[in-house]
Design a protein around this ligand. Structure first.
Ligand code: SAM
Length: 305
């Protein structure tokens, strides 16, 4: 059921949903790209040309194409384990007239980053979390950075909220319970990944342990107040139905019934019709630079106390 092959089928099927999600976050992602450009520009006080960018676990390429817009002189390599997802990247790049600069690479084995070549910027949004040994992945990505280059991982933040605490049906606090169930399911998914290794997910420290110099962490907000537009509502409808499929067994019958009501396309209490639905999310991006000297910094990792 949860073999790598099964996961590929899931990723392929989730392509349109991922596209909608990334489009919803596009303004925040564009702000993120502006920040990364500033970080790279101020690196060493001069202008560092960005020739090559890797997007690790690119998904269908909405963010890959935003990267291509933000860095118009760069070649972008979208790397993903799903061939169908990479096909979507190529179609999108073609449609946006960027097929000459946006290339794809299939990652057949987790963590085989050496084959991607070196880069000035390595970006990964919700990609490293799907690799069993996240620390080893960061080490390997750090080794692919050119001197002065930047590794940026968007791996933490806050889960989206889109409903009031009390929605007038079921027990108040549904979203908090969905988040808790999603955390448990995520932890089990991570346990099943090949080479799964536990680590304290302190991203700046992990980046430092990979031999990089942390260069800043920032959070970017997507804040869409009610009433939501139809495209955001459709995204939430799919999100809820995916949550029901993934987490249904972990929820009590009352919460499952409430989820069904929220997915009713015709009811005014459904997510498509409710006036109180909003969308608020925070994405945190951690960055670190490669050492210009090539000397690995000595780091003392706090052990507590
Ligand atoms: C949550 S999606 C994120 C997509 C994209 N980065 C975005 O921001 O929309 C995770 C992606 O990582 C890919 N993936 C999962 N495990 C991978 C691995 N070991 N190597 C490369 N890609 C992987 C999946 O196929 C999927 O497209």
């Amino acid at each position: 059921m949860n073999s790598p092959h099964h996961q590929d089928i899931e990723w392929d099927a989730s392509g349109p949903h991922r596209e909608r999600e990334a489009r919803l976050h596009a303004p925040a992602l564009t702000q993120t790209m502006d920040w990364l450009r500033d970080l790279l520009r101020t690196n060493g006080g001069g202008h560092t040309p960005i020739h090559r960018i890797l997007d690790i676990g690119s998904g269908p390429g909405v963010v890959t194409c935003l990267l291509a817009h933000a860095f118009p002189d760069a070649e972008i390599i979208a790397a993903d384990r799903s061939p169908d997802i990479l096909e979507r990247v190529r179609s999108r790049a073609e449609a946006q007239g960027m097929a000459d600069r946006v290339h794809t690479q299939l990652m057949e084995h987790p963590g085989e980053f050496d084959s991607l070549g070196s880069a000035d910027l390595i970006w990964s949004r919700h990609g490293v979390r799907h690799i069993g040994d996240q620390e080893a992945a960061l080490h390997s990505l750090a080794a692919s950075l050119r001197h002065g280059g930047l590794l940026a991982v968007a791996e933490s933040g806050l889960p989206p909220r889109f409903l009031p605490r009390d929605i007038g049906m079921g027990r108040p606090g549904l979203q908090a319970r969905l988040d808790a169930a999603a955390e448990d399911a995520f932890a089990e998914m991570r346990d099943r990944l090949p080479g799964s290794a536990q680590t304290v997910e302190d991203w700046p420290t992990m980046l430092a342990r990979a031999g990089l110099i942390p260069s800043g962490t920032r959070s970017f907000f997507t804040d869409l107040p009610s009433p939501l537009g139809m495209s955001a509502r459709e995204y939430l409808h799919t999100r809820l139905s995916r949550l029901r499929d993934r987490l249904g067994d972990r929820l009590d019958p009352e919460d499952r019934a409430t989820l069904e009501c929220l997915m009713d396309r015709d009811a005014h209490t459904g997510i498509l019709g409710r006036p109180d639905a909003f969308y608020l999310a925070a994405a945190t991006v951690h960055t670190a630079r490669s050492c210009r000297t090539g000397v690995q910094p000595r780091l003392s990792i706090p052990t507590g106390g």
